[in-house]
Design a protein around this ligand. Structure first.
Ligand code: HEM
Length: 515
């Protein structure tokens, strides 16, 4: 009784006290924001901020704005500050000097609904769970030894790509479809232990359906979902994206449950003699490890597996499709590539991964493609963990940070005739794509840099080299170089808007295509 009466006695005082504290904090925040010196940027509208300035290709809208406001600018997306760095100097600050402050990701609907509530690698916040995930990538999943041990898979799958192109010689080929089949097969065999998605195998999802699921996942992870910027209208799901996220994530879950069950059954049956042969085996073993700093739960294993499948499939196929499209516009580059391949490899051999250091022109084509068509034109968004100053400007905690590698790749101060596809610009230059040279960052840099970059690079370079070695490439008869549409669509990756149709003719002796 006593306690009840004392509670009611104190309630008005507590409410008044709370209101005073809230007012004090609000006033302090206001005072502080008035004293801040934010990066330059367009004046935001109430509620929407600057969202009215962002078109269907956000990287292009943001590039145009940065031409006006400079190498560091601040936009407002709904109620969130978004800072964009679009020069080598700014990329260095965000991804190197102050990387630790920007190594977090914003909370987005995509992270919540498509990756088991941020349990994957890409969307998990900076902290012990994410650090452990990166350690697993470095030590286990993408170690040099592990990648080498899977080389035979990459060779077999490239051979089967070459064979299927050979069988369609002279016909119009939708190249990206074939390329994503190869990368899906490579990654599926490395991660899941087999081509789960063979037409014949009894998979719960058909290969076509799975590719559609991956496209949808990539798109939804990159779209500008209004609810992420204006949280109080999130529940309305005005663009219908959240509904689509929930649908695609249900489909993935059904598939991943099936994969994990099969792997666990095999593990149980093998008992003590069990040996991990693919990445899911490794992840399940890690999930059983009592010494892990942070427990890896079943949904974590599913989220990591999905990240590996998605990261490994789409990006390399998109890049190789862009490379061939650029070459079809400039046939003289084909000629130079062929000269190098004939001289270094010869017509009686296919290109192996070990040959790549001897093929500087092919490497240059790959780099030039990634300069003009980076898969993630503004990387994956980061989030400021604390207030800080960059270039004399104040960046407040929670600000979303984009690094426009798309703008850096087109910066006339760095590249002569930046819009021109000109692989020669890399010949004799020590610029690599591994996060050291900030003028070319297709995989990002720093703590959040792509953990799969060496696998991605191997797949891109050797697929491209063998496609150029094995075939002459032409546009369909009804098309000229000027008809070739080079527009892109925006998502987490940036593929060609209109998939490339092309015609291949074998270039090597017929017996070379019998595997
Ligand atoms: C052409 C190939 C690839 C390209 C261009 C690419 C590009 C990128 C980029 C730009 C990022 C964001 C980096 C940042 O925020 O600074 C990233 C992150 C990531 N990539 Fe890749 N990637 C490729 C291949 C792969 C492969 C093969 C895998 C795995 C099998 C993979 C898995 C990931 C993961 C898990 C992250 C998130 C890392 C984190 O947030 O800590 N990627 N990738």
């Amino acid at each position: 009784m006593d306690s009840l009466s004392s509670t009611s006695y104190y309630t008005p005082y507590a409410a008044a006290w709370l209101a005073t504290v809230a007012l004090f904090l609000l006033a302090r925040r206001l005072r502080r924001s008035q004293n801040l010196n934010p990066p330059p940027g367009p004046k935001p509208w109430p509620i929407i901020g600057n969202l009215n300035l962002i078109g269907t290709l956000p990287h292009r809208s943001i590039h145009d704005l940065s031409q006006q406001y400079g190498e560091i600018m601040q936009l407002k997306f709904g109620s969130f500050n978004v800072v964009v760095g679009s020069s080598v100097e700014m990329a260095k600050v965000f991804l190197k000097t102050m990387d630790v402050n920007f190594a977090c990701r914003p909370k987005t609907a995509a992270g919540k609904y498509t990756t088991y509530n941020y349990s994957d690698i890409t969307w998990s916040p900076y902290g012990a769970y994410w650090r452990q995930a990166r350690k697993m990538c470095l030590m286990e999943l993408f170690s040099v030894k592990r990648l080498e041990s899977y080389e035979y898979i990459r060779v077999e799958e490239t051979n089967s790509l070459v064979k299927s192109i050979f069988e369609s010689a002279g016909e119009e080929i939708p190249l990206k479809d074939l390329l994503s089949t190869v990368s899906l097969n490579v990654i599926s065999r490395m991660v899941l232990g087999k081509r789960y998605l063979d037409e014949e195998s009894n998979s719960v999802v058909s290969p076509d359906e799975f590719k559609k699921m991956l496209d949808e996942l990539f798109l939804l992870n990159g779209v500008f979902n209004i609810g992420d910027s204006i949280p109080w209208i999130d529940f309305m799901d005005l663009q219908g994206y959240v509904k689509r996220m929930k649908t695609v994530s249900k489909k993935f879950d059904r598939f991943l449950e099936h994969v994990l069950d099969e792997h666990n059954e095999r593990r149980k049956a093998a008992g003590e003699k069990f040996e991990a042969k693919d990445m899911v085996d490794l992840l399940l073993q890690l999930a059983d490890d009592p010494n892990l700093d942070v427990k890896l739960e079943r949904h974590g294993v599913k989220a990591f597996t999905q990240d590996l499948l998605a990261g490994g499939t789409e990006s390399s196929a998109v890049t190789v499709e862009w490379a061939i499209a650029e070459l079809l516009k400039k046939p003289e580059i084909f000629q130079k590539a062929i000269e190098e391949l004939d001289r270094v490899i010869g017509k009686d051999k296919w290109v192996s991964e070990k040959d790549m250091p001897n093929l500087p022109y092919i490497e240059a084509i790959a780099k030039e493609t990634m300069r003009l068509h980076p898969v993630a034109p503004m990387l994956v968004p980061r989030r400021a963990r604390e207030n800080c100053k960059v270039a004399g400007y104040d960046i407040t905690e929670g600000t979303r940070v984009l690094v426009s590698v798309w703008s850096i790749g087109r910066d006339p101060k760095l590249w002569e005739k930046p819009e021109e596809f000109y692989p020669e610009r890399f010949i004799g230059k020590e610029i690599d794509v591994k996060g050291h040279d900030f003028e070319l960052l297709p995989f990002g840099a720093g703590r959040r840099m792509c953990p799969g970059y060496s696998l991605g690079l191997k797949v891109i370079e050797s697929t491209l080299a063998n496609l150029l070695h094995g075939f002459y490439w032409k546009l369909p008869k009804t098309m000229s170089e000027n008809d070739l549409n080079m527009e892109e669509i925006f998502g987490l990756s940036t593929p060609k808007k209109i998939p490339l149709l092309t015609v291949a003719q074998p270039r090597l002796p017929v017996e070379m295509y019998r595997f």
